[in-house]
Write a protein that binds this ligand. Structure first.
Ligand code: ADP
Ligand code: MG
Length: 553
């Protein structure tokens, strides 16, 4: 009877469960898993830091709709990858981390890179388990993968000790597992669908908030139909952008602060009232705001503000239910209301505030002027990756997203350093789509070494660094007479030169008049590029009505 090793069982089980991509770093004891994965038809991308690899795996899972894998070595490898588990949990994105572990027979002896890994990762996972026998690998893989993307998606972990990876067992003793079907799509209670529509009809100043739960559930057609049939004003959360195109006439994203503050009823579709949505509380929301909440997770209902109507179910299924129920109600939010007029006026007002900065051609440039050329340059089908402070915040308002799942950013956890891993993943799983990463100089630095990964795998990511020489702003020169202040980085650092060392192409833009032509040249280059745009170190955001993290009144 033929025998088989743990590494091969692991690779084939993952492939069986729809894991087509694995991002990682090999070493003891996981070499064998990576090569078995390649033989099983899984695309393996070797990266430079486990942290970036763990970010890549979750972006791939979000983009593809099934969890993808990250493979890391024991001890420090697993610890580095915890960043990715935490970020995936916070974003409600699926991923599976496979951590090598020192051999079971050496447990407790102080083995090479020994760590109590299942315990270490548990807080950051939906599910974490050690595999104790190669014959049970298909069982554990099935359970882990299923847990990762059924219900509210999240991170899962499997611990693979060296002796299980190498364990040779009789093929007939390997217990096969069933192949996991697509995630179930539960519907909401019919009576709640009716209550939700009645509540919307009764609102004077309704607002729909579309979140990344709808993007994950692939509800774009249903949500768009719902918005168009009800004619409700909507705005998107940062990564909910594009589920309904940002340039849709019903979008009130350009009047976000007013829309949130004055709405008398909000319909949360796959979005949370967390810090990004200012907890749904005053002063950013009105005190008595009514809430309709659609979420896959029943536990989420009522967080921070009680929900008047709860629609617990899958985003795509529930949006379709709402659309069917609309057939019997010839209702839509009227074309002319004070609310619409106020929102339109505020949007125009906001545009007028930033227009002088957009038109300002002085050198070094400011964010808004830079984004003028960047957004005109973004090609159809682009996946935008973005991180940084002002770079991300201003970019969110200045770069439209017109298709779903086309924006990957610091997300619910506010993590800096995700961008390069996300870009590697996007370019790997969607080789047909342009990938553009708009990075702050500090944000880029966290995982900057992944440009070598991009060059090695010929991933034609276009990285644009908006370089203000610091975290939130820099100095014209480093001080020589006193300690360097905390958020200050090297002024005019030549990130563009780094990528040339690996075979990519770098461009430096010192004057905004050169930006457009340089971006075109960058896009035409068939490979990874860094466009290093020097900004005025004091450039900032338009004046904000509220502080960034507004506290309750
Ligand atoms: P955003 O940042 O866009 O507000 P969040 O990650 O805060 O997004 O919220 C997304 C919400 O979507 C989570 O509460 C999550 O439970 C929910 N969700 C995840 N998958 C689905 C789904 N298939 N259908 C509906 N809601 C979902
Ligand atoms: Mg900066």
């Amino acid at each position: 009877m033929a025998t088989v090793r743990g590494a091969k069982i692991m690779a084939e089980s993952l492939k069986q469960q729809g894991v087509d991509y694995m991002f990682g770093i090999v070493g003891f004891p996981v070499f064998a898993i990576a090569s078995a994965a390649q033989r099983a038809g899984i695309t393996y991308i070797g990266m430079r830091n486990e942290q970036a690899a763990s970010y890549a795996a979750q972006a791939a899972g979000y983009l593809l709709g099934r969890p993808q894998a990250c493979l890391v070595v024991s001890g420090p490898g697993v610890i580095h990858a915890i960043s990715g588990l935490a970020n995936a949990q916070a974003n409600c994105w699926p991923m599976i981390l496979i951590g090598g572990a020192s051999g079971i027979v050496q447990n407790g002896r102080g083995a090479f890179q020994e760590e109590r890994q299942v315990m270490a990762v548990s807080q950051f996972c939906k599910y974490a388990h050690a595999v104790e026998d190669a014959r049970r690998i298909p069982f554990y893989v099935e359970q882990a993968v299923r847990t990762s993307f059924y219900g509210r998606p999240g991170a899962v972990y499997l611990d693979m000790p060296d002796d299980v990876i190498l364990q040779e067992v009789d093929e007939s003793e390997v217990r096969p597992a069933a192949t996991i079907p697509d995630a179930p799509r539960p519907q909401a209670m019919e009576e709640n669908i009716e209550s939700a529509l009645s509540a919307l009809e009764s609102a004077k100043r309704p607002l729909v908030i579309v979140g990344k739960g709808m993007a994950w559930s692939r509800a774009e057609n249903e949500v768009r139909e719902f918005i168009e049939r009800t004619q409700l004003p909507f705005l998107a959360s940062p990564m909910g952008k594009g589920v309904v195109p940002d340039n849709h006439p019903l979008s009130v994203g350009a009047a976000r602060t007013l829309a949130l503050q004055e709405a008398d009823l909000i319909f949360l579709m796959g979005a949370r009232l967390n810090w990004i949505m200012h907890f749904g509380l005053p002063p950013r929301f009105s005190k008595d705001v009514r809430v309709i909440q659609l979420d896959a997770s029943a536990e989420e209902i009522g967080t921070n503000v009680p929900a008047e109507v709860a629609l617990v179910g899958d985003g795509k299924a529930v949006a379709a239910q709402l659309n069917r129920a609309l057939n019997d109600r010839q209702w839509f939010y009227p074309a002319e209301t004070e609310w619409r007029t106020a929102l339109a006026a505020k949007a125009a007002d906001n545009q007028a505030t930033v227009q002088p900065m957009i038109d300002d051609d002085s050198s070094p440039t400011n964010y808004y002027r830079a984004f003028k050329d960047i957004s005109n340059w973004l090609p159809d089908g682009v996946i935008i990756v973005s991180e940084g402070a002002n770079t991300m915040d201003i970019g969110r308002t200045q770069m439209p997203n017109n298709s779903p799942r086309s924006r990957l950013d610091a997300g619910s956890y506010g993590t800096m350093g995700v961008g390069m891993g996300f870009a590697v993943a996007a370019a790997t799983v969607h080789p047909d789509r342009p990938v553009v990463a708009i990075e702050g100089d500090s944000g880029f630095g966290f995982s900057g070494m992944e440009i070598e990964t991009m060059c090695r795998y010929k991933l034609p990511v276009k990285i644009v660094i908006l370089n203000n020489g610091g975290i939130g702003g820099g100095l014209d020169e480093l001080p020589t007479d006193k300690p360097i202040p905390a958020p200050i980085l090297t002024p005019r650092a030549r990130y563009d030169k780094m990528i040339e060392g690996f075979g990519g192409k770098g461009f430096l833009v010192e004057n905004p008049k050169d930006l457009k032509a340089t971006l075109d040249e960058a896009m035409a280059f068939d490979g990874p590029v860094i466009v290093n745009v020097l900004l005025d170190p004091k450039a900032g955001r338009k004046p904000q009505k509220f502080e960034w993290l507004t506290k309750e009144e």
